[in-house]
Design a protein around this ligand. Structure first.
Ligand code: DGL
Length: 283
């Protein structure tokens, strides 16, 4: 796919590719920030299934049906050129079903276990995710194939994504709440202790400053967003033209997203949130 579409008139038209970025909540904004920085020529839509949040505790069949319904409604309405599933919990379960159903490219977000294990010096790596991502065969396969001689500790937190949402909405969340959720990531075995933590839920990079403050010792936090932006870059090809960034369109399934909050988190102008309507059987 190329953002350059030959025009039919005398001049060649440049068409901005439309990219849909999807998550259960605000977490995917951590991926959007990086995509927006690297693709000034794209038109972005951000969609949150806030009525279905959190995805972490959902069983796989329920989650698959939900994501197919919501992403399907968004594709029908907005006809994006590419979709980024900016959610580990959904990507590790639903990508094959989405790819089987639609011809457009899907870029997923999965735990960055390979780069984390390649760069860990102490060979102690933790993966901070949701319970769903921890349970997935996909995650187990990443560990089997790419952990090398690292010891990988998987932590599935039920509370951390909701805490991140609360912090983003301006509610006060005490440091101890973050400290409690991340504590199991910090493992000491003999003289070796964890030196790398994979942020395997897109909500977590949005509260990285809070996680750093709550950490018992400094570690390298691995955020997959730059790798996802590189993947999108290889799908779209080189940036076609320099344009002033187009305002972000916002969609959700529950309450309209707060454009001012999104602007504060991303630095990108956003339009007033719109609601995507779902089949009543799903909503
Ligand atoms: N942001 C999502 C992820 O990357 C999960 C949050 C949720 O539990 O819905 O896994």
């Amino acid at each position: 796919m190329s953002p350059l579409t030959p025009g039919h008139g005398p001049a060649t038209a440049l068409r901005a590719p439309t990219i849909l970025v999807f998550d259960s909540g605000l977490g995917g904004l951590s991926v959007f920030r990086e995509l927006a920085r690297t693709r000034p020529d794209a038109r972005f839509i951000y969609a949150a299934d806030d009525a279905g949040f959190p995805y972490g505790p959902l069983a796989e069949p329920e989650l698959t049906a939900r994501v197919l319904a919501v992403v399907g409604a968004l594709i029908a309405r907005l006809a994006p050129d590419a979709v980024v599933i900016a959610c580990n919990t959904a990507s590790t379960a639903v990508l094959p079903a989405l790819r089987a159903r639609y011809a457009i490219p899907f870029v997923g977000t999965v735990p960055a276990i390979k780069p984390a294990c390649e760069s860990s010096l102490t060979r102690q790596v933790s993966v901070l995710a949701t319970p769903g991502t921890v349970r997935r065969d996909y995650t187990q396969a990443l560990i089997r194939d790419f952990a090398g001689n690292c010891r990988v500790t998987l932590i599935g937190s039920t509370r951390l994504a909701p805490l991140a949402e609360a912090a983003m909405a301006g509610e006060s969340v005490p440091d101890e709440a973050f400290a409690q959720e991340i504590a199991p990531c910090f493992v000491r075995e003999g003289r070796a202790r964890t030196d790398t933590v994979v942020l395997a839920c897109t909500h977590y990079p949005l509260v990285l400053d809070r996680l750093e403050r709550a950490a018992p010792w400094p570690v390298r936090w691995v955020d997959p967003a730059p790798a996802i932006a590189r993947r999108m870059g290889s799908l779209l090809g080189p940036v076609a033209f320099a344009a002033s960034p187009m305002p972000l369109r916002l969609f959700s399934t529950g309450a309209p997203l707060d454009a001012a909050m999104v602007e504060r988190l991303t630095g990108r102008k956003a339009r007033a949130g719109e609601i995507v309507s779902l089949d009543p059987a799903v909503a």
